[in-house]
Design a protein around this ligand. Sequence first.
Ligand code: 5GP
Ligand code: ZN
Length: 118
Amino acid sequence: MSDCLFCKIAAGEIPAKKIFEDDDVIAFHDIHPVAPVHFLVVPKVHVDSLAHATAEHQAVLGKMLLLTAKLAKEQGLDDGYRTIINTGHGGGQTFFHLHMHVIGGKPLTTNISDITTQ
Ligand code: 5GP
Ligand code: ZN
């Protein structure tokens, strides 16, 4: 995916404030944080969205979840955090390379209805 922002970040072609990287996954701070801690956990393989993931992505998806818990702890989110995967236009996704937001460091809404626009 030559024109994909997150592929370019994963390839090191575009800089990012990286907090983790291995062969499969990269994690970096969101450029427009919505909370004191807001980072993205991204598989290096290009997958348009969670809706496009298949069985071949099972291992990397599991790795992303476990890594998220480890990185959240390292980022000081001892009191908890929120993970969000926006999927498709209807789900609010704007960059079409699967990624998980990890957000915390300030009180978050307790009612799931607060994150919808209606
Ligand atoms: P989405 O809306 O697709 O779930 O989230 C895309 C996220 O990527 C947004 O929170 C946006 O701030 C972030 N983002 C967009 N461009 C860049 C960039 O160049 N660098 C970083 N680190 N984050 C970006
Ligand atoms: Zn990509």
